[in-house]
Design a binder for this molecule. Structure first.
Ligand code: C2E
Ligand code: CA
Ligand code: CA
Ligand code: CA
Length: 274
């Protein structure tokens, strides 16, 4: 209780930890999925390291709870996963991102997919239906999944992966470096991109070895034809180093936090596709 004085950030981390709180949030989330306007999607620009222009966006779900205000995804995504709502939540984000960001003059629309959602048998077919409905080319969609989604032994994920990639959908390995697999193993996975976790970027300039590690990961990825995005770029020095070691894409508060689609249009001169 004493720690609560540390403020809202700590409070939100603890949010939903007790059974009662979780049950309340679950019921509220169920309702939010049936209601207009509580859930929303924010878009964080993906910056091409080549010319520092916006090459795409990552869609990130937002929940504006009527009583509690903004609830962070790391609080409610796990609840959705545990109570069987992740399929609906994930589809909401996919549909909304394709409908809203699809018509914009952006290369890539990246969407996070929970391992549980990814493993459901009809994931690929439902995804293709959403793309067709939005009139969006599969080549513009990039699915961000973590290694746990790719490493399931049942073979369902491998099958879905092949099906999606055969149709042009790209796959990004999210939070690279935070899991348990070795780098050499992960780099052999059939992915189009690796998203280097924020923790590596944060250490640049503070931990002497981190720059060598980042440089090597980028070289390894490029050697097998995989692109690299660096997450959590907050400082100009980090940007400059990442550009110097040939990182492909940069993302972080230095360029922009996640914003509304309207703000993308207004602040980054993103227009509509012709
Ligand atoms: P993630 O996929 O690694 O997304 C990046 C997170 O880092 C986002 O937090 C973003 O706002 C934050 N971020 C971006 N740039 C910076 C930076 O420069 N510094 C710092 N400190 N943070 C930065 P967010 O939106 O709170 O999402 C957190 C996590 O929740 C995501 O991590 C992802 O794992 C999950 N998530 C978010 N949206 C979705 C979704 O639609 N579906 C699923 N399945 N998971 C989602
Ligand atoms: Ca992500
Ligand atoms: Ca990530
Ligand atoms: Ca993450």
């Amino acid at each position: 209780a004493k720690n609560r004085r540390l403020g809202f950030a700590f409070y939100t981390e603890e949010m939903g930890k007790t059974l009662k709180e979780r049950e309340a949030l679950e019921a509220d989330l169920r309702r939010a999925l049936d209601t207009e306007g509580e859930l929303d999607v924010a878009y964080q620009p993906l910056i091409s390291a080549k010319d520092l222009t916006v090459s795409g966006v990552e869609a990130l779900v937002r929940w504006n709870h009527p009583r509690l205000g903004s609830i962070p995804p790391p609080v409610f995504v796990p609840i959705a996963e545990e109570c069987g709502l992740i399929g609906r939540l994930g589809e909401y984000v996919l549909r909304e991102a394709c409908r809203t960001a699809g018509p914009l003059n952006l290369g890539t629309i990246a969407v996070n997919v929970s391992p549980i959602q990814f493993r459901s048998a009809d994931f690929a077919s439902r995804l293709f239906a959403i793309l067709a409905r939005a009139g969006m080319a599969p080549e513009r969609l990039e699915l961000e999944i973590t290694e746990s989604a790719l490493l399931d032994s049942s073979g369902t994920s491998a099958k879905a992966l092949r099906l999606l990639r055969a149709r042009g959908v790209r796959i990004a390995l999210d939070d690279f470096g935070t899991g348990y697999s070795s780098l050499s193993y992960l780099i052999k996975l059939e992915v189009d991109r690796i998203k280097l976790d924020r923790s590596f970027v944060q250490e640049l300039g503070t931990c002497p070895r981190s720059s060598s590690i980042v440089r090597s990961v980028i070289a390894m990825a490029h050697a097998v034809g995989v692109s690299i995005t660096a997450e959590g770029v907050e400082k100009p020095e980090q940007r400059d180093f990442l550009v110097s070691v040939d990182c492909d894409t940069l993302q972080g508060y230095l360029f922009s936090p996640p914003v509304s689609a309207l703000s993308l249009i207004e602040n980054f001169s993103i227009g509509f596709r012709r």
